[in-house]
Each structure stands twice: as structure tokens, then as C-alpha cells.
Design a protein around this ligand. Structure first.
Ligand code: AMP
Ligand code: ZN
Length: 571
């Protein structure tokens, strides 16, 4: 069981990093929270609470000054069901003698900030960081219009304001359109965009951000949450109208129900509701755990789901010959994009979810924008049409083979999709990074019989490219120059670019630490490979199979001849 804790900690660290630092989440908040809850449970069982569950996500970034928070910035305990709200109320009621009143607020989906005002002037703006230290980003914060630099009215001398910085949906759309125009990758979602914008040095788009205040810390006499928020409005802060006092659990549930639908009419994203005990005295009695206040919880909405119909099921062949079923869907607009297709992964998943050909399926978007089919609306099923997996390749008509429940087209030399996708992989950013060759160029050159394998890239001529692609000499010359530049890529990139099944970037790097040139790797014995950390039988088998094919050795030799680095620099 202890192994499970280690595994979960690793996974959570990885997802935390992807979420907060590289702004590229891989799983939904819900999936993340479920992992965290599982870990918390295990850590409790093993009485080992030293790690992740105590740590609040979001790391501090080194290029901004790191400052201690005067008061820690806590996280919120997330719940996903009404029963958990009832349980929470039962728990806190045990500690309180007087009657209870709640404030319900929306959980604005952005990045939190702690603003310090002295004598009405903004003097510091810290990110949450690890909850104890944050980054000082006041220079960026000053540009946001809804954050007053000088307060109005009758404000206390020293105030700490906790607020959420959000990006309205319309601005998110605008920023992404501009990025796409400039050939840049669009941001994944508004929240990650805010994170990226706040922690940049060059202050782009900061004026598009907005700030909603959700908490005030000061030694004034307004001893409850609601009054403080109302006063904050008078001092010049933005506090959304949705803040509401709820006197019973029923009215909390009404609030939840209302916003579960009404959230789609808002101009910004929310990911739940925050329920807080209103009275500060009662808050003090309940106190905090190491991670969150006991006097508040967040009721999180599940990711948005929609139902649409499968119009057709097609099959795609990937670069290593894996055949993936894809559901062509009746287009549906949701969460910012129009969804037309979704992967059905493999036969097992189709069977597990029991998906039929023209079913109405439930679609969810995870942390990233890739839509996922998570179930079937069985009430709408009208036909008895099971999805049949094909047994011949849709591209080259070769009989498919089935390994570990996955179908492959074994015709790697002659299968159009495999050829194109392999070259696509070779030129991709993480591999050889030949940025001005895309899928269409590859197809055109292939059709003209000039490009059949990755090695052929290095024998292309300016004249050929000009004629086939109908482009100027200059542009053709640029393509050749980028191909030429790619010869400088280090050995590990080339190894990754070769597209050996199961050899990703990380494994390629590992292998090139041990083997100094491709021949050493080709002739490596099993034991030497087996002794490398993280290299198991699956990878060894892939390597052996790849190098056993004359066709691949021929390509490697051609690459060598053309000066591509198939050895480490220093030898
Ligand atoms: P979590 O990100 O799950 O740890 O939840 C805590 C965060 O929710 C806080 O740090 C705030 O950034 C954010 N939040 C958004 N809206 C509110 C709100 N109305 N009250 C308190 N926290 C909020
Ligand atoms: Zn094929």
C-alpha cells in the first residue's frame, strides 16, 4: 500500500507542475481532486501527512521577489456532493452553540492574489505561491483597472484584501485569436492564461484582467464576511452581485442549483460555489487545518458535459501503425470550441462504455481542451448497431494484427498514413524542429515521389520544392536551410525523431546517456539494456524489433551519410 502513496505523490506533483507552472493541465480538476482525496485517505491511514496533502499547489517563481505572507493563504476543502455539504454542517455545528448563518459566493475560476493597503494605498500584491510565501507582482497588478491604487471612503489604515484575478471569456477569445494569427499556440483556458499573464515580465494583455474581492483581513469592527464585502465595494473594489446570505442548508442548495445553470450566462468562468460561515467569531472557533479553513468549503461543479450524436465511426492509422477508432460527432459548441470528433481509443473502451454506432454520447472536457466520451445516453438509443472494429487497414488494405488488444497495420513501409505521420513526427518541434514543413508539404512531396522516408528530406533540392509546391525560390531556400539546420540537433533528439515505438523523449535521453552512438545501441545486449532504470521489456523489445528491420537500418545509414548526429558530440 505504501507504494501507492509514492505513486500518487509523484502523479500529483506532476499534475501540479503541469497546472501551475507549465499552464498545460492534462487531467480535469475533478480527476485531480479525486487523486488528492485518495492520497489524503492513505496518508491518514499510514499516519504520514508530511507531503502533498499539506502542500498547497502553485509554486513560487524565482524571477519575481519571494515574500512571506503576513497571514497564510489557505486552500479550500472541495466537495462534490450535497451530502458532503450536509456532513460539513453537522461537523461544524458540534463546535458552535449559537445559530449559524452562511455567505454563499461563486468560486471565481482564476488566480488568487493578496493585496496589502496601507493608509489607502496599494503597497504590495502577492501571489498565493505555497500559501506561506508568494511572488511580489505589484508592478503587473497596478495595470488591472478593477484594482484601486488608492481607496475611497472610510477605510481602515491597514487592510489585506484577498481576491481572484480572472479573465473574462470575451477577452480570452480575443487573446487566442491574436495568438493564432501570429502562429502561436492558443492558451488552454482562461485560468491558465491569467496565471501566464500575471507572471510575465512584459505586461502584455494585463489590462484585460479583472479582479473580484472575496475576503478582507483588517482590525475593523465589521465582524462578519458579508459586511466586509459590502464595505469593500464602498472602498472601490469589485464584489460581484452574486454574493448572498443563506440561513439554511436548503437555501444553500437553492443557490447551488441556480448557479449550476446560470453559470453559463456569466461572462467569466466559475468552477463552483464557496460556502462560508458568516460570523468571524464563529470562524475563529472553527479555525483552520494545515491546509484550509474549517469554516468554509467549496462545492465544485463537475466539468461541463453535453450530449451529442455519433454520426459515423472512422478509423485512423497513427505513425506506429496503431489503428484508433474516432467518433465523428454532430457538431456541438461547448466550453469555447465546436466539438466535431472524439477518440474512441480502442475496442476495450468501446465495449466498456457500451457505445453503439449512432448513439447519443455524453462528452466532457478535461483539464485540457480535448473532448472525451464518458458515457452513453441509453434512453436515446434507437438502433442495435454495434461498432465493429475493422480488420483491414483503411489506408492500405493490409490485414490488421492484434497485440495486447490494440490493432496495428503491419505494413509500415507501404501504408500512406504511417509514412506521412512518421515524417510529421520527425519534423515536429520536440523532435528535429523543422518548423516550415507541415503535413501538406509532406503529402505533396510524397505524391511527387520525392519524399518516402525521413532520410529523403536531406536530399531534397530547392528546384524540386519550388516546382512541386509552387513557391518562390526564397521560400524553397528557407525550407532547405531549416532542414540543414536540423543536422545540428543532438543525438537524443534524433533518436526520439526516429519514431521507435515506446521510445519517447525521456527514454531517448536516457539511452543516449548510456550509449554514445547508434551502433552501440543497435548491438546492445539485453542485460545492458535491462540494467537501465525505467527501461523494461516492452522498450527493449521495441528497440530490438526496430533495429532488426533492414529497412530501418538503411534509413539510419542514409541519415549518417548526410551528417545527422547519431552519436554524442564529444566522440
Ligand atoms: P483551491 O484553488 O481549490 O485551493 O481553492 C481555493 C481558491 O479558491 C482560493 O485561493 C481562491 O483563489 C479561489 N476562490 C475563488 N473564489 C473564491 C471565493 N469566493 N472565496 C474564496 N476563495 C475563492
Ligand atoms: Zn496500412
Amino acid at each position: 500500500m505504501h507504494k501507492k502513496i509514492i505513486k500518487l505523490r509523484k502523479e500529483i506533483s506532476k499534475h501540479n507542475y503541469k497546472y501551475y507552472i507549465s499552464n498545460n493541465p492534462e487531467i480535469s480538476d475533478y480527476e485531480f481532486d479525486m487523486k488528492l482525496k485518495e492520497l489524503e485517505k492513505l496518508e491518514n491511514e499510514y499516519n504520514d501527512l508530511t507531503y502533498t496533502t499539506k502542500k498547497i499547489g502553485e509554486d513560487v517563481i524565482k524571477c519575481f521577489p519571494i515574500v512571506n505572507h503576513r497571514y497564510p493563504m489557505y486552500s479550500l476543502n472541495n466537495v462534490y456532493s450535497k451530502q458532503e455539504v450536509i456532513d460539513w454542517e453537522t461537523r461544524i455545528k458540534k463546535h458552535l452553540k449559537s445559530s449559524l448563518e452562511y455567505v454563499c459566493e461563486l468560486k471565481y475560476d482564476g488566480i488568487s492574489i493578496s493585496l496589502h493597503y496601507e493608509n489607502g494605498y496599494l503597497i504590495s500584491a502577492l501571489t498565493r505561491g505555497d500559501g506561506i510565501h508568494g511572488n511580489e507582482i505589484i508592478d503587473n497588478i497596478r495595470i488591472i483597472n478593477s484594482i484601486p491604487l488608492k481607496l475611497k471612503g472610510n477605510y481602515p489604515y491597514d487592510i489585506e484584501v484577498r481576491a481572484e484575478i480572472i479573465l473574462p471569456l470575451i477577452e480570452f477569445k480575443k487573446i487566442n485569436q491574436e495568438r493564432i494569427k501570429k502562429g502561436k499556440k492558443p492558451y488552454v483556458n482562461p485560468r491558465n492564461t491569467v496565471n501566464g499573464l500575471l507572471k510575465q515580465k512584459n505586461k502584455n494583455y494585463l489590462e484585460c484582467l479583472e479582479c473580484f474581492v472575496y475576503s478582507i483581513i483588517s482590525n475593523n469592527n465589521y465582524n462578519n464576511q458579508y459586511y466586509n464585502l459590502m464595505y469593500a465595494r464602498e472602498w472601490g473594489f469589485k464584489v460581484p452581485e452574486s454574493v448572498n446570505i443563506c440561513k439554511s442548508i436548503t437555501s444553500i442548495f437553492n443557490y447551488i442549483e441556480y448557479w449550476n445553470f446560470a453559470r453559463y450566462n456569466l461572462q467569466y468562468n466559475i468552477d463552483g460555489i464557496v460556502i462560508k460561515v458568516n460570523n468571524y467569531h464563529q470562524q475563529a472557533i472553527l479555525g483552520y487545518t494545515s491546509k484550509y479553513p474549517r469554516w468554509a468549503i467549496a462545492y465544485k461543479f463537475k466539468s461541463q458535459r453535453v450530449i451529442t450524436q455519433i454520426l459515423n465511426v472512422t478509423f485512423e492509422v497513427g505513425r506506429t501503425g496503431v489503428v484508433t477508432p474516432v467518433a465523428e460527432l454532430k457538431p456541438i459548441f461547448f466550453d469555447g470550441t465546436t466539438v466535431k470528433r472524439a477518440s474512441l481509443y480502442n475496442e476495450d473502451i468501446i465495449n466498456k462504455l457500451d457505445i453503439y454506432k449512432s448513439d447519443f454520447v455524453i462528452i466532457e472536457k478535461g483539464g485540457n481542451i480535448i473532448p472525451k466520451i464518458i458515457g452513453v445516453d441509453f434512453t436515446k438509443r434507437t438502433t442495435n448497431n454495434k461498432i465493429k472494429f475493422i480488420n483491414i487497414c483503411p489506408d492500405c488494405n493490409t490485414f490488421l494484427i492484434k497485440k495486447n488488444n490494440i490493432y496495428y497495420c503491419p505494413n509500415e513501409i507501404g501504408c500512406y498514413s504511417q509514412i506521412i505521420e512518421k515524417i510529421n513526427h520527425f519534423v515536429s518541434r520536440k523532435a528535429m524542429n523543422i518548423y516550415n514543413i507541415g503535413s501538406n508539404t509532406i503529402k505533396q512531396l510524397f505524391n511527387a515521389k520525392l519524399l518516402h522516408t525521413i532520410a529523403d528530406l536531406y536530399t531534397l533540392k530547392v528546384k524540386d520544392i519550388m516546382n512541386i509546391m509552387h513557391i518562390s525560390e526564397n521560400n524553397a531556400q528557407n525550407i532547405i536551410e531549416e532542414i540543414e539546420k536540423s543536422k545540428k540537433n543532438p543525438f537524443y533528439k534524433v533518436l526520439y525523431a526516429l519514431c521507435i515505438p515506446n521510445v519517447g523523449e525521456y527514454i531517448a535521453k536516457k539511452l543516449t546517456h548510456i550509449f554514445f552512438n547508434i551502433d552501440e545501441l543497435i548491438f546492445a545486449d539485453y542485460d545492458k539494456l535491462k540494467n537501465i532504470n525505467n527501461i523494461g521489456n516492452k522498450i527493449i523489445f521495441s528497440l530490438k524489433e526496430y533495429f532488426s528491420k533492414d529497412y530501418n537500418i538503411l534509413i539510419i545509414n542514409k541519415l549518417k551519410k548526410n551528417g545527422i548526429k547519431l552519436k554524442k558530440n564529444d566522440i
